[in-house]
Design a protein around this ligand. Structure first.
Ligand code: XMP
Length: 509
């Protein structure tokens, strides 16, 4: 099958990932590359999109692209991408008299394939301070707005289009339609990017990549590792060996329940390894968050390595890395800040000379869920809130012992089950309880108490990079706090965290 794709050159816009998602939502695969990377056109590349960016084309260190590399394929420049296009072909870009941020009215002034079937006037999102004032030879304006006569431009001969506004955001009324038109009317894509094609292709790729030898995978019950392991399992069957390591820092009963579901669901060999004693003793008297993470990571690798040593002829390791984990953003930003440093088995492939299988490396989280659904993995697993590798260790502030792990597990369990009971679980990106190692005064019956504090955290988010606290109905907080204080020994106070990210983080450590 033809693996058609659209290349998106990232000039540092906050919306670049959104462009990639919109293209994929239109069933065309897209890949983001930094501007420094040379584009080598091949038959699979059906078009190029140039993203927006924070720089001005006249800045000394503004990121560039060599348009000579792009000449045989349709190009759509968005905002900065359009200005770069105009400037490259000897048009003129200047600072606007006024910066234009927010909604504007776009008026289409000439029939063209990019705006096919959109209204003559519609609202669009603008976010720029420069504009194209003189068009290059061969280009013409196809739309105007209150602030510019060149809100959209095109050159039929070069098959190049430029738009000053952002079609990738929902505030642009016909944004998805414009992207759709670019893909299907201008780039002539067929639209073969969908979960079942993806699954078939990936299974073929895995079979070719790992024709013999055994494969190992750490399965946590999280969405990414479950979907990745199941894909590999479908590709190579019993050569796939799963391990679930219980660190003792999981949610209440989660280790045992997850392993039951996974075994019955996936029909895959998964060994359950309870090393909670080892993890807790290695963490004894450790209160610094980063040291906790390092100790957990190291212990995890040792346990995993020992377990993997029991499997013969191991050649490959599965990792549930997803696209946002590895996108190298444009050279102006350096590697994107979304790259996470906390892969639990980091370092293992080198030590054991293993090749990595990362079947989800091109997918966004919502795409992983769609693939999981097509693999018949139950929604209950796919919709699970993210859970950090170090688990409750970063939710117990200060030193960790069995007692405070117990207290936190009980409180967290009451909190999550109350959220589920009220049908709010799927509205929330992540909810959890935190144990504070400070004691406050309370009164129970006639007795004065002096016990610990539990914090409740719940946030909404798109990708975990920014977050807002969730506005619960009062009843849910009331019910949760009453139950925790009545039922969990050692807690006499419950507070709700109302901090956004940034400047706070989602986790407390
Ligand atoms: P923060 O606290 O940085 O969290 O706002 C953003 C997202 O990352 C998760 N997180 C982690 N995940 N290991 C992980 O696997 C970690 O050390 C870690 N720290 C934070 C956090 O739960 C949230 O989803």
């Amino acid at each position: 099958m033809e693996n058609e794709k659209i290349i998106i050159i990232d000039f540092g816009s906050q919306y670049t990932q959104l462009i990639a998602r919109r293209v994929r939502e239109a069933n065309v695969f897209s890949e983001i590359i930094p501007p420094g990377k040379k584009v080598k056109l091949d038959a699979n590349i059906k078009g190029i999109i140039l993203s927006g960016g924070p720089k001005s084309v006249y800045d000394k260190d503004s990121p560039r692209v060599n348009f000579d590399d792009l000449l045989n394929v349709p190009v759509l420049g968005i905002c900065y991408g359009m200005q770069l296009m105009a400037e490259n072909f000897n048009g003129n870009v200047m600072q606007s008299e006024k910066r234009e941020y927010g909604k504007a009215i776009l008026e289409v002034i000439s029939d063209n394939p990019l705006f096919r079937d959109i209204n003559k006037t519609s609202s669009v999102l603008m976010s720029h301070s420069d504009k194209v004032v003189t068009l290059p030879n061969g280009f013409k304006s196809i739309a105007i707005s209150g602030n510019t006569d060149n809100a959209a431009i095109m050159c039929a001969e070069k098959n190049m289009y430029g738009i000053q506004f952002h079609p990738e955001v929902v505030h642009t009324e016909f944004g998805s339609k414009i992207i759709h038109n670019f893909l299907y009317d201008i780039c002539n894509t067929k639209g073969n990017w969908n979960p079942s094609n993806f699954i078939n292709n990936v299974i073929e790729d895995i079979r070719a990549f790992a024709p013999d030898g055994n494969v190992i995978s750490g399965v946590s019950g999280g969405v990414d590792s479950t979907v990745a392991s199941e894909l590999v399992h479908r590709a190579i069957g019993s050569r796939m060996n799963g391990f679930m390591i219980d660190t003792g820092l999981l949610r209440k009963n989660e280790g045992k329940e997850t392993i039951k579901t996974l075994r019955s669901l996936l029909d895959m060999s998964i060994e359950y390894i309870d090393e909670s004693n080892l993890f807790l003793s290695n963490l004894n008297n450790i209160s610094d968050p980063e040291t906790k993470r390092k100790i957990i990571g190291k212990t995890f690798i040792n346990v995993f390595e020992k377990a993997a040593g029991r499997v013969e002829n191991v050649k490959y390791l599965v990792q549930g890395t997803i696209y946002p984990d590895r996108i190298e953003s444009s050279s102006i930003n350096g590697p994107s800040s979304t790259i996470k440093s906390h892969h639990n088995v980091g370092g293992l492939p080198e030590r054991m000379h293993l090749k990595l299988i990362e079947p989800l490396k091109d997918l966004f989280k919502d795409e992983v869920r769609k693939v999981g659904k097509a693999l018949n993995i139950p929604e209950e697993l796919l919709k699970r809130h993210p859970f950090p590798g170090p688990g409750l260790a970063v939710r117990i502030l200060g030193n960790i012992d069995r007692n405070n792990v117990n207290i936190l597990q009980q409180a967290d369990n009451i909190y999550i089950s109350t959220i589920r009971k009220h049908g709010l679980y799927d509205d929330i990106w992540q909810a959890f309880a935190v144990f504070l190692p400070i004691r406050t005064v309370g009164v129970m019956g006639d007795n004065r108490t002096y016990e610990n504090v539990i914090v409740l955290r719940a946030v909404t988010s798109v990708d975990g990079m920014t977050a807002d606290w969730y506005d619960f109905p009062k009843q849910v907080l009331h019910e949760t706090s009453t139950r925790i204080i009545n039922e969990v020994n050692g807690v006499n106070r419950v507070v709700y965290d109302i901090s956004t990210k940034p400047p706070s983080t989602i986790e407390w450590e």
